[in-house]
Design a protein around this ligand. Structure first.
Ligand code: FES
Length: 341
């Protein structure tokens, strides 16, 4: 989601004085995030979520913190933080309520929901209720049009809402309750989900984390098209198969390059040599044209490859072959497989 918001980041003395500090623990966790990536600056997005998980928004201190850890300028960090609407410019409330007002949701009542919540809370888009409980925002399509109108709280889905159900939801949140989302993990709060987005569990123990992953889904509306196609005996035509392109002829080695090296390989050697640290060096080496193909991850059962192939696991979608639940007939094309449970 990108924003056209040009409002300034909140740097008022009152706000800054009330912020929880970014501690040594935050710094250690930031370095843990950085170590996950071959190129350090790739860690910026989760680090901004980490800052939000502590301070509730991307504060000036958070921008400086990320810049220092990643050896970027504050302008570079600020440019990223102000581009995405998930990074907040003012401290968010305990919960972030997002109302989809994009086309389908709006036609089915999304704008009425937004207007009602705005009136109840006494706030407009991207503002926080006076009691600090809720930040309200309108959102562009939340990729759940089959459940329109959709509201999310801390990015958890509350499907097929209307004005009354959304009002009840927000009233419960303000009373300190956490109504169960329609599907997916249990609700926590804005700082909790920010921590999750930084790549750390927000759950107190492994059992709670597992329960969140295994939380029930609701794919009825998503599968209506598949059911109708099944009833009518329709299926998508087979995808045309592409023949593999002919290999490029080998170019002669350019003058000046060491024997057997292309200019691209020579430039990649220079990038590896100029890397600032081992993580950047590993990233540059991985991008080298002479680098071997990655062997793939080793799965627990000893096989190699990815353990979540697109279109094969619950909750994923992609191009492939689906089996209709009723008859087992195979359908080729783009599909979302039925979830278990
Ligand atoms: S229009 Fe609301 S989820 Fe797509």
């Amino acid at each position: 989601m990108t924003g056209l918001d040009s409002s300034p980041v909140d740097a008022s003395p009152e706000t800054l004085a009330a912020l929880p500090p970014l501690t040594e623990q935050t710094r250690l966790e930031a370095r843990e995030i950085i170590a996950r990536y071959p190129v350090a600056r790739s860690a910026l997005l989760p680090m901004l979520h980490l800052v939000q998980s502590v301070q509730g928004y991307v504060s000036p201190e958070g921008v400086a913190f990320c810049a220092e850890e990643l050896r970027l300028t504050k302008a570079e960090v600020g440019a990223v933080a102000t581009f995405y609407t998930m990074y907040k410019r003012r401290p968010a409330g305990r919960h972030l309520v997002s109302v989809c007002t994009n086309t389908l949701c709006s036609v089915l009542g999304g704008q009425k929901i937004m207007d009602a919540l705005s009136s109840d809370l006494g706030v407009h888009h991207d503002e926080t209720a006076a009691d600090g409980s809720i930040t309200l925002e309108h959102a562009e399509c939340l990729a759940a049009c089959d459940y329109a109108p959709v509201v999310t709280v801390d990015y958890e889905f509350y499907d097929q809402q209307d004005v009354e159900s959304a009002r009840e939801l927000v009233a419960a949140l303000r009373r300190g309750e956490k109504p169960a989302p329609t599907r997916g993990a249990p609700l926590t709060d804005f700082k909790g989900i920010s921590r999750q987005l930084a790549g750390f569990s927000q759950h107190p123990d492994a059992a709670a984390a597992r329960a969140a992953v295994d939380a029930p889904s609701a794919l009825g509306p998503t599968l209506v098209g598949l059911r109708l196609a099944e009833e009518r005996g329709e299926w998508a035509p087979e995808m045309p198969r592409r023949s593999a392109p002919a290999p490029e002829p080998q170019q002669p080695v350019a003058t000046g390059a060491p024997s057997g090296q292309t200019p691209a390989a020579q430039a990649a050697d220079a990038t590896v040599a100029a890397a600032d640290n081992s993580a950047e060096r590993a990233g540059a080496a991985g991008a080298h044209p002479d680098a071997p193909e990655p062997a793939g991850r080793r799965l627990p059962d000893g096989r190699e490859g990815t353990d979540t192939p697109a279109g094969q696991e619950p909750g994923t979608s992609g191009q492939g072959t689906a089996e209709t639940p009723e008859t087992g007939r195979r359908i080729e094309g783009s599909f979302t497989p039925k979830r278990k449970g």
